[in-house]
Design a protein around this ligand. Sequence first.
Ligand code: ZN
Length: 214
Amino acid sequence: MSQIHAIITRGPHKGKPLYPHKHQDDKYVASSSRYEEDYIRVDNLEELSVLVQAGCGARMSNRETGNAASYITNAKLRLEDNAPNTASVERLLDSITDETDLDRDSKGKSRKEQSLLRAYLLRGSNVGHCVICRHEFPFEMLVAAHLKKRSECTVVEKKDFKYVAALMCKTGCDDLYENGYISVDNGMVVKTDWKGCSHGAAIRGNLQCGRKRR
Ligand SMILES: [Zn+2]
């Protein structure tokens, strides 16, 4: 587990450290934004550290300052050891996949699963390749897209993390795939159903078709 901290950069407490904030429900919070709808509540510092290594920011505080907890972006968080522990990611993914199924309404758990799956597929790197357009992107521009609809996967398929999902970019490939405009057949990107529409989607999809999936 990595120790997480940040340094206050302005105001009367400038230079003082911030630490992960334990909320009233005894949880720590990882997040991709300061908005509560993006909060991922976790039980312990190990889980928080895996999510921070996976690119999340965190809610941080320092009791001595008397200030309320605040959201600190991933770029401003400091970790003693930046290398994600793949075994921890896999173990957490395994348990969160069960929890997400038991608690279907939990958006927080789905976000946690998505963040962990992306971390798993990136294998500790901050950049990765989109399997559709094959361009390289920083991690925040990539999503772990389920190759088969998650709801249609068996438990065994859901836990086959290496094959259940692939990295796709947010510049269009994930949307084209999620909405069924393109598909992957025998390792090649193919057009699937353009629903008689959308000139833009057709042009964008055409660019990808015929490409070999990495
Ligand atoms: Zn792409």
